[in-house]
Design a binder for this molecule. Structure first.
Ligand SMILES: Cc1cc2nc3c(=O)[nH]c(=O)nc-3n(C[C@H](O)[C@H](O)[C@H](O)COP(=O)(O)OP(=O)(O)OC[C@H]3O[C@@H](n4cnc5c(N)ncnc54)[C@H](O)[C@@H]3O)c2cc1C
Ligand code: SF4
Ligand code: SF4
Length: 1013
């Protein structure tokens, strides 16, 4: 590479930070975070870089943000505005004061329906804005893949581009104006300016600024014409090309400036009408090359999007539990690549006609029958979700080699696309790597990330590949940065791509706006080297301490020399893409949804853990109270296990962490009481009337809050005398001939004298055996659920076993309460007991059926982590929830259950988080629909907020209620009185009862009622 202006990223002396923090704390209402853990959490984004910020401010008001900005600048400290931190090029990492708008500054501040304009604060998330605009028939059409996380401030900062940019343009084409604050504190509305500045009524300072910028644009007009790429996707440098000519818009200079010129206080946007109809053609290609040749022909049909997905991505999506069903619905055969071609508009017939033209075109291209036509809206949405998750899916690769972002969005004119991708693939091969291709074929901007090991020779290969790619892009007159911006990885390439003269003009502009270089320094101008390893997340001295883990992390382990590093590798799977910040669909991450804080986000936790085990937070950080605080609000919902594209399983990590934390810190009484509940439950149940006094005698609940920390605002689960299993004397040995359970409802009683393994009479013909595993909660607190399950299984003709352990009469337990406390040895003892007891059944292939999702699914998850392989794995294969078993039987046509219509005609279903994490919800819905005439609606909600004992704890009460109020409780309150509320989780039912005063039923009870009706 030839000339590069290489500067030094400023390191601000730590001594001054104390004064800065003190001033900020004194003068702003919002949060001021200067501790090492918070700084660590803000030291990364979705790039390969990591730089510790000076501190973090989370402004509560616009005034806060401005004061923070001013104080930092007064103190000579750099400022770095931040939205969701999903930038891929290192735009949001730096030694600066980070101002995070996403928590509070996220509102619509003005809207004009007729003019189709909206003004937002910078922390407003795109998807939220579009939910807000939808009732008005409008949307903001720069539909980035990170739409559920990306903030409008960040999108403007990066000049982001969506999948439909060929039709709607990029950010720069859709921002009308920006209210911005400059480095000297001046505040101006940057917007359209007429050719004759005399006609502009604006402050003198602003007019002066416009004149200076115009003069540069005019002076460089020839060079701009010659050097700026003519492709739509060009986001490198400053948008000087848009400022030449007659009238122009000064906001366009700020768009794409990555926080280096001004701070955006409010952003004025142009909206577009929502198209009424869409038609999607999935074009199948036998070779990648042919897929790359096609876009130049397809765009003549005027689609709004042409997006590529290649073979590797298809394979990864097929292997991803979240996407595989969708992929199988739209894919035919085994294509090498597909193009998703969308037509949109108000006239349905017109879209369908275009789809037909696409079919004809594919025929003309020699690929008759190569289009799958998708007109159904729901399937179209699902397909786009797969495409949007493209990069994340790709990042799910395990091991040290990871797809690295540095040339991932070069854009070339369409006629060169096939040749460019072919040549770049050869470059990868030359360097012993490969890349996966996907994204915006319509505009010649394809994402590709070669797989590199950034802890080994990745940096050298990165530079070599970048040199060759840049030369090629120059040759094709394309853009080296076509979507994701410059940041730390690409600012260095501005001079080689735009030429030294334009690079100097950019520096001049920076100097006019920010003479002291305090606004996000080191980006766009005066950059560092892209391959400076001291700026990397994996710096040359990066090493994780060896941890003697209690759970099995071997699936993440590296090669032979890295045995034992599985936990560290599992943490490194988080690439900071920020997908866990989503708020709409799915479960992940309820604690973030309730708090809006990075600390309480899967990403924040993964980063803190990673920094702790690599010694970057000081000694003993892994067992520190600060780390405990980071993990505290994780409700172990396992939402991330399923929904994090790279499979970060924070619930499992929390168990591992708590185990180590508990080695150093004593466990409080409250947690002890919860953890050991299954062990003392037989005593407690005998003394149920005493135990239940807490919620009967006035003042005792408040006292329990003071003494033990159980929230006085909650009732605790009620101990029942009529438990499902006979209450054993805790010390007595098992009595196999004793009747195993008793119940109030004689119709569901086990047959007298029934023994383990004995055939029970069902209604009709006896078919097969099953084991019914009655967990601690259903046994001691809601035995009617277990009786209902027993009745249903018997009515369906199953022989039901209720096994007992050999060591004592205490019922079997999955160890969930121990796991939640990090008492892994105790949980493991329970697991061994369970496995040993159930082994004879498992060996015979008898299904093991459970009722409480978090208990039964522990057999399929934590048991294997604690006791990998062998009998645990066998048990996992046989363990299933009641609804899974019944759905399976129904699908096989072997379920003989005579259900009758209920008086209620509607069921509103809330899924337990673990049911969602293990994809059980379709089975619950399927089983409920077995009840004649019952209409089933599932609530779109994240965690109920109770999460085992979490919501009962006084410290968690508020956040627990916030989680519940996000969607669950409003949905339940809105339901008619005669709608059945169904929830299989014990704690979910309690939350619904506490928060909405409705009693929810386990699915077993709904079925049992339908038997009796
Ligand atoms: C998986 C994945 C997929 C992606 N897909 C796309 C895509 O389809 N299209 C696309 O264009 N990008 C994409 N990106 C990149 C990124 O998501 C977008 O650029 C996004 O718009 C950034 O939004 P953010 O809120 O995370 O901004 P941040 O990363 O927080 O900030 C971005 C820049 O804006 C600046 N900034 C933020 N707020 C302000 C403010 N108030 N004033 C001044 N400057 C400010 C920041 O300093 C920074 O330089 C993707 C990234 C990932 C990880
Ligand atoms: S935890 Fe998962 S979803 Fe969240 S940032 Fe990391 S990789 Fe992305
Ligand atoms: S387990 Fe749930 S609460 Fe915990 S990090 Fe994952 S998604 Fe968030």
């Amino acid at each position: 590479m030839s000339s590069t202006t290489t500067g030094v990223i400023k390191l601000h002396p730590r001594t001054g930070d104390g004064r800065l923090a003190a001033r900020l704390k004194r003068e702003i209402e919002g949060e001021v975070l200067f501790d090492a853990y918070s700084r660590g959490r803000y030291s990364t984004d979705a790039s390969i870089y990591q730089l510790e910020p000076v501190g973090v401010v989370i402004p509560k008001t616009e005034r806060d943000a401005q004061i923070a900005l001013q104080i930092a600048l007064d103190e000579g400290v750099a400022v770095l505005p931040r939205g969701a931190g999903t930038s891929q090029c290192g735009q949001t990492v730096g030694h600066a004061l980070v101002i995070d708008h996403s928590k509070h500054l996220n509102q619509v501040v003005a809207f004009d329906r007729d003019a189709r304009t909206v003004c937002v604060q910078p922390g407003m998330v795109l998807d939220r804005l579009n939910v807000w605009l939808k009732p008005h028939g409008l949307w903001y059409p720069v539909d980035v893949s990170t739409s559920a996380q990306a903030t409008l401030g960040g999108m403007a900062g990066n000049n982001s581009c969506g999948s439909r940019s060929i039709h709607y343009g990029n950010m720069v084409h859709n921002v009308r104006a920006i209210d911005a604050v400059l480095a000297d504190g001046a505040e101006f509305e940057f917007g359209a300016v007429p050719a004759d500045l005399g006609k502009l009524d604006a402050p003198r300072g602003y007019l002066e600024l416009v004149r200076k910028i115009r003069a540069i644009a005019a002076r460089e007009a020839g060079e701009i014409e010659h050097r700026f790429p003519k492709v739509l996707r060009r986001v490198g440098g400053y948008n000087l090309d848009m400022l030449s000519g007659a009238g122009h818009n000064m906001a366009h200079l700020l768009v794409g400036s990555e926080g280096t010129l001004a701070y955006s206080k409010r952003i004025h946007l142009n909206c577009s009408p929502l198209p009424r109809h869409k038609a999607l053609g999935v074009c199948h290609f036998p070779s990648f090359f042919r897929a790359m040749e096609a876009p130049q022909h397809i765009i003549k049909l005027k689609p709004v999007a042409v997006e590529l997905v290649d073979r590797t991505m298809i394979g990864l999506a097929r292997g991803n539990p979240e996407f595989k069903t969708t992929v199988n619905r739209f894919l035919k055969g085994d294509p090498d690549a597909i193009l998703l071609v969308e037509f949109a508009g108000d006239d349905r017939d017109e879209q369908l006609a275009k789809l037909k033209q696409l079919v004809e075109l594919m025929g003309e291209l020699g690929l008759p029958g190569g289009v799958v036509e998708v007109t159904e809206g729901a399937l179209q949405r699902d397909i786009w979700e797969v495409r949007k998750a493209g990069l994340n899916i790709m990042m799910s690769m395990k091991g040290d080699g990871k797809p690295v972002s540095f040339i991932e969005d070069c854009a070339v004119p369409l006629e060169h696309l096939a040749e460019y991708t072919g040549r770049l693939t050869q470059v990868f091969e030359k360097h012993g790597t490969k890349g996966t291709w996907y994204a915006h074929a319509s505009v010649g901007c394809l994402h590709v990330r070669p797989i590199l090991n950034m802890r080994a020779d990745g940096a050298q290969k990165m530079r070599a590949i970048a040199e060759e790619a840049a030369a090629m892009v120059r040759e094709y007159k394309g853009a080296y940065s076509g979507e994701h911006g410059d940041g730390l990885v690409r600012s260095e390439w501005i001079a080689p791509m735009f030429g030294a003269r334009i690079a100097r003009a950019f520096e001049e502009i920076k100097g006019i706006f920010d003479p002291r270089d305090l606004l996000n320094p080191g980006k766009i101008v005066r950059p560092s080297k892209m391959d400076d390893r001291t700026l990397f997340r994996y710096k040359p001295d990066y090493a994780a301490q060896k941890i003697d883990t209690v759970l099995d992390w071997s699936e993440h382990e590296g090669n032979a020399e890295h045995r034992g590093d599985g936990f560290a590798k599992a943490l490194e799977m988080c690439n900071n893409n920020g997908h866990c910040r989503k708020f709409d669909a799915g479960t992940m991450c309820p604690s973030f949804r309730a708090t809006g804080e990075e600390q309480h986000l899967t990403r924040g936790r993964a980063n803190t853990l990673r920094l702790a085990i690599t010694g970057q937070l000081g000694p003993d950080a892994f067992t520190s109270d600060e780390l405990y605080a980071t993990m505290d609000l994780c409700v172990s919902c396992k939402g991330c296990k399923r929904e994090c594209p790279t499979g970060v399983d924070m619930a499992k990590m929390k168990i591992e962490f708590l185990h180590h934390y508990r080695q150093r810190h004593a466990m409080p009484m409250r947690q002890r009481l919860i953890a050991y509940l299954p062990r003392y439950a037989p005593w407690a149940a005998r003394l149920g009337w005493v135990m239940n006094l807490r919620d009967r005698v006035p003042g005792l609940a408040a006292l329990s809050e003071t003494l033990l920390g159980f929230s006085g605002k909650r009732r605790l689960p009620k101990w029942r005398g009529d438990t499902f299993h006979l209450i054993p004397s805790p010390t007595s040995p098992p009595t196999p001939l004793r009747r195993a359970e008793r119940g109030a409802d004689s119709s569901s009683l086990p047959r007298a004298g029934e023994r383990l393994g004995e055939r029970a009479e069902g209604e009709g013909v006896l078919s097969r055996e099953v084991v019914l595993l009655v967990d601690t909660f259903n046994n001691y607190f809601e035995p009617e659920n277990a009786r209902a399950a027993l009745a249903v299984l018997r009515a369906a003709g199953y022989q039901v076993h209720l096994p007992r352990a050999q060591d004592s009469a205490r019922p079997l337990c999955c160890g969930r309460t121990f796991l939640a406390a990090g008492l892994v040895a105790e949980a493991e003892a329970e697991a061994r007991r369970m496995i040993a007891t159930l082994k004879p059944f498992v060996d015979r292939g008898v299904p093991v059926i459970g009722l409480e999702p978090s208990c039964l699914l522990a057999l399929r998850d934590e048991f294997i982590s604690m006791l990998p392989g062998g009998d645990a794995a066998e048990l996992a294969l046989n363990a299933m929830l009641l609804e899974e078993f019944l759905a399976r039987e129904a699908d096989a046509g072997t379920l003989k259950l005579k259900l009758k219509a209920l008086p209620q005609k509607k069921a509103l279903l809330h899924g337990h988080c673990h049911q969602k994490a293990f994809a059980v919800m379709p089975a619950v819905e399927r089983v409920l629909r077995l009840v004649p005439q019952l209409e089933v609606e599932t609530i779109e909600a994240s965690c109920c907020g109770m999460a085992g004992s979490f919501g009962y704890e006084a410290d968690h009460y508020e956040v627990s209620m916030k989680m519940a109020e996000a969607s669950l409780l409003p949905a339940v309150r809105a339901a008619d009185a005669d709608t059945l509320i169904v929830a299989d989780g014990t704690s979910c039912r309690h939350q619904i009862a506490d928060g909405a005063q409705r009693s929810a039923l386990h699915v077993a009870r709904v079925l049992e009622q339908a038997l009796r009706t």
